[in-house]
Design a protein around this ligand. Structure first.
Ligand code: NAP
Ligand code: HSE
Length: 440
């Protein structure tokens, strides 16, 4: 068997420790599949004395993770620190510039700097791999880049944040509070260092922008992802949705729109109502699922653990095995996205206004005569047709009256116009909440 592939690990937290456990536990199997052993030579983190549940004695400690790629005993650096910039980005740049391959689980960095890093990696003829950055243990990057490579992807969407899915499904099952369930997700190691990234939809938006780039051969455009989180969802919304035949899930969705002759990219992360009979309605806990619709494959569903040490380590080590195999065969790892960076298209963002769909609108209103008439008049004036409407008493909505309605299919611009007409109305005690209903 050939010489080992020598790895440096930058970051020894949830995922870093998981990678050490996996590389040690499955060493023989990995060596057979990679054609050579995978050996960790150096490690780095902030605090050398921290107990991590793994023995670091066999590995050289590097104080400065940024220069790990420059070590003579390292072939690949695995960046598991996190953060779009800072030491993670400095480490990635140094590694590639030193002519070494980079594996990362850092979706924030890829969403913000993926094009620059991919360009550098192509110029240096080294691999840049980030399977673990999207949907944890699910091999969705490989699935889209390789398994579905022959297809035109028409739409890609899914549940991309384990923390939000854990919170929503736990609120649904137990009626517990948002904050209580968030603390549990953090304790389980699912949440980002700043949990606002999870609950405000930013983490899902990072992942969606990566999926969209790969699916549509587009330049990553994280800044154009329309993003809304789950922080305003009430137990009452979950109950109303259920009564109407839906569950609530945070969905990331991307497709292209060429209605005006120019191909534009639509990307949105938003809580959606998902019909009970849709496969995504049964994705619970920290599970992620991605649906990709190919013009020849039809609907592909990728599902599995989206976070946690073991699943994420599985994706990281899969990338290492790929690199070991391709280096073994004297080949290159292929473009980081579906095509070389120079061939990715710069697509302008598609406006949401022309999109057709049904929506759930929830209002918290003062309990006085005429309020319901005011809401329905705004819908009428904006051309929004109401399919159903529920008004709930005060007991579970903090003294306000909850009005929830579902629209018939229509352009999103009409719903926006209705909300504009209601803006500043003293009848509304909070801004309305709008969630799209996931269609077929
Ligand atoms: P984590 O538990 O917070 O670990 C981060 C590690 O980075 C720690 O070992 C920390 O050192 C080290 N670190 C932080 N700042 C540093 C600095 N300035 N210099 C040197 N080392 C530094 O994070 P994680 O959950 O393992 O996540 C790592 C990456 O994987 C992130 O990009 C995350 O988005 C991604 N990811 C995580 C999951 C998951 O389920 N957790 C899933 C998919 C992707 P100390 O330990 O010494 O403090
Ligand atoms: N915080 C992320 C999540 C980790 O909850 O999905 C996996 O990317």
């Amino acid at each position: 068997m050939s010489e080992p592939l020598r790895i440096a690990l930058a970051g020894l937290g949830t995922v870093g420790a998981g990678v050490i456990r996996l590389v040690e536990t499955n060493a023989a199997l990995i060596a057979r599949r990679a054609g050579r052993p995978i050996k960790i030579t150096a490690v780095s983190a902030r605090d050398r004395s921290k107990q991590r549940g793994v023995d670091l004695a066999p590995y050289a400690w590097e104080d400065d993770m940024v220069i790990m790629g420059e070590r003579a005993d390292v072939d690949v650096v695995v960046e598991l620190v996190g953060g779009s910039d800072g030491p993670a980005l400095a480490c990635a740049r140094t590694t590639i510039e030193a002519g070494k391959a980079l594996v990362t689980a850092n979706k924030a960095m890829i969403a913000h700097h993926g094009l620059e890093l991919a360009r550098k990696a192509e110029a240096a003829h080294v691999a840049l791999k980030f399977e673990a950055a999207v949907a944890g243990g699910i091999p969705v990057i490989k699935g889209l880049r390789e398994g579905a490579a022959a297809n035109e992807i028409e739409r890609v969407y899914g549940i991309l944040n384990g923390t939000c899915n854990f919170i929503l499904s736990a609120m649904e099952d137990s009626g517990r509070d948002f904050a209580d369930v968030l603390a549990e997700a953090q304790a389980k190691g699912y949440a980002e260092a700043d949990p606002a990234f999870d609950i405000e939809g930013i983490d899902a938006a990072h992942k969606l922008s990566i999926l969209a780039a790969i699916s549509f051969g587009a330049e990553i455009d994280f800044a154009s992802v329309e993003t809304a989180g789950i922080g305003r969802i009430l137990a009452a919304d979950i109950a109303q949705a259920e009564a109407l035949g839906y569950v609530i899930r945070l969905i990331g969705m991307a497709d292209t729109d060429s209605s005006d002759g120019t191909i534009r990219l639509f990307q949105r992360v938003q809580p959606h109502l998902v019909p009970f009979d849709h496969p995504l309605a049964h994705v619970d806990g920290a599970t992620n699922a991605v649906v990709a619709e190919g013009n020849f494959s039809g609907r592909l569903l990728f599902q599995g653990a989206g976070a946690g040490d073991g699943p994420t380590a599985s994706a990281v080590v899969a990338d290492l095995i790929d690199i070991a195999r391709s280096m073994e065969n004297g080949g290159e790892a292929g473009p980081a996205f579906s095509v070389p960076v120079g061939e990715l298209e710069a697509m302008a963002p598609a406006p949401s206004g022309n999109r057709l769909g049904r929506a759930y609108l929830r209002f918290l209103v003062a309990d006085r005569p005429g309020v319901l008439a005011e809401i329905t008049a705004a819908m009428r004036d904006a051309g929004v047709s109401i399919e159903s409407l529920i008004q709930k008493g005060r007991h579970d909505t903090g003294g306000e009256v909850l009005v929830a309605l579902v629209t018939h299919e229509g352009p999103e611009s009409a719903v926006s116009e209705a909300l504009r007409l209601l803006e500043g109305s003293p009848s509304l005690t909070q801004p309305p909440l709008v969630m799209q209903i996931l269609g077929e």
